[in-house]
Design a protein around this ligand. Sequence first.
Ligand SMILES: Cc1cc2nc3c(=O)[nH]c(=O)nc-3n(C[C@H](O)[C@H](O)[C@H](O)COP(=O)(O)O)c2cc1C
Length: 253
Amino acid sequence: MSIKEIIKTNRKFMKSNFEEAERLGIESDQDKKLPQPPLQKPVADNSVVIQLPDFNSSIFAEADIYQCLKNRRSVRKYTDEPLTMKELSFLLWATQGVDKVVNDGYATKRPVPSAGARHPFETYLAINKVEGLEKGIYRYLPVTHELLYMYSDADMQQKITDATLGQSFVGSSAVVFIWSCVAYRGEWRYSITSHKPMLLDAGHICQNLYLACETVNCGTCAIAAYDQALTDNIIRADGEDEFTVYLSPVGKV
Ligand SMILES: Cc1cc2nc3c(=O)[nH]c(=O)nc-3n(C[C@H](O)[C@H](O)[C@H](O)COP(=O)(O)O)c2cc1C
């Protein structure tokens, strides 16, 4: 196939296919009354879980929404200053925090919208400079607003840089947000029509990170240039049912 043909084929993914699902008479697993997948990945019994602190607007350096929108830019240079736990707690809440579980665990209410309220993402953090936290890879537990410690790796910064195709500002940032998609959470409800909406959802998360960073004197930069297998390996995702879709490093400015 020529490059032009590949480009044209790939465009199809950007278009709506609700009509196709209708035409093919596709029933989703939700239509078939199959059990709903869990709202977040399970937590093993012996896990190290860290409670995230409460925060309030006293941590905001800039609380004016107009200024935050106006100032928002991709930031690729950070100071050596660490983030505080309260700042990290705020950034996690702003991007994926759960305010309410509704309808007996059917859905969650969060600061970001999600098609069908499926919220098909997990948030992993590569923590390098956060006060009070050991360097390492963590997973956010949005329902309880906690962090699950996964592992430490002396080569983490270099591995993050390699995984983002040599973008060293990502590896040396204070903390890298890595979002994976647990695809079945969306597919359960929307079957073949789930994939485009799930990627649209990811954009909302990162935009909230940009704006939340503006309020606490941090900077971030959306990253879509990454190596799939290397990044999936960092977050221990299988690359099939769960895979990385987006990253964003954060640092003080
Ligand atoms: C989906 C997406 C992927 C991006 N990927 C990268 C990336 O891999 N590396 C990078 O340095 N910037 C990346 N960016 C940042 C863009 O280069 C940046 O948003 C653009 O130049 C506009 O600048 P501004 O965000 O400061 O307005 C990405 C932005 C988006 C929205």
